[in-house]
Design a protein around this ligand. Structure first.
Ligand code: DC
Length: 235
């Protein structure tokens, strides 16, 4: 599918945690031949680095220590053909398999509320999207990173449904987590993401809401194609 004038656009996918933003954004990008960027993975990668380098202990984030580490962190995505998706690397080390643990999830909201962390990652995200033809998922893409994105989607789903999805994903990977623990993490991250002072999670005025609580991925793609056609025909 292409816009009338073949112009590649920026698609922002924002929304609550664990509502399938990455799965959806990845599928869209594959269909359009666009680049997919999971900005949550970038905040998780910084959090993991902070955990590994002593800036977080017993769940307490030392903000000054995280800021001091920032200059040492380079992040890049490299396409992994066997997954059909990009893996995230920090300073050349593959960290894709370590960024979605409950330990990282429990600290990532605090790390992502640090101004310097956001400034660094937002600048990187804007640079990645400069060539357009990008689907970027996160919390502030349509509001802060690309306020002029041509198509903005705000995803939401029932909190109980989201917790079960994240629980099943982690259990399938062999993580010993309880559903209650996941539910608490999902609810507390939503609260932290919405109430932080800098770039809080909120729906952009021109975003279209997608509530996928009871939708299959195929149904979501059908929904997307209609929205994309509308945007493409108006360009
Ligand atoms: O999408 P995710 O659950 O992997 O994101 C992890 C955390 O990163 C999330 O709790 C909030 C933060 N985040 C953010 O603040 N801004 C973004 N653009 C993406 C994620």
């Amino acid at each position: 599918m292409e816009c009338k004038d073949n112009r590649r656009i920026i698609i922002a996918v924002d929304g609550f945690s664990s509502c399938g933003k990455s799965t959806f954004a990845k599928a869209i990008a594959a269909e359009l031949g666009y680049i997919f960027i999971d900005t949550g993975a970038m905040y998780r990668a910084v959090t993991l680095y902070a955990l590994d380098h002593g800036a977080i202990s017993s769940g307490m984030v030392d903000e000054d220590a995280v800021v001091r580490l920032l200059g040492d962190i380079t992040i890049d995505f490299r396409f992994n053909p066997s997954r059909g998706a990009s893996d995230i690397y920090v300073n050349g080390d593959l960290v894709e398999g370590r960024i979605r643990t409950i330990e990282v999830s429990n600290c990532v909201s605090a790390v992502s509320s640090i101004r310097e962390v956001r400034e660094k990652l937002v600048a990187m995200q804007q640079a990645m999207g400069r060539k357009r033809g990008v689907v970027m998922d996160g919390r502030d893409i349509g509001t802060v990173v690309f306020p002029d994105a041509e198509l903005k989607i705000f995803m939401t789903a029932d909190a109980g449904v989201r917790a079960v999805r994240r629980y099943e994903e982690l259990r399938a990977k062999g993580d010993e987590v309880s559903l209650e623990e996941i539910k608490q993490n999902v609810v507390s991250r939503d609260k932290a993401d919405m109430s932080r002072a800098i770039s809080p999670l909120r729906q952009a005025a021109d975003a279209i809401v997608l509530d996928n609580s009871y939708m299959t991925v195929d149904e979501q793609m059908e929904w997307f194609r209609e929205r994309f056609r509308e945007v493409a025909s108006s360009k």
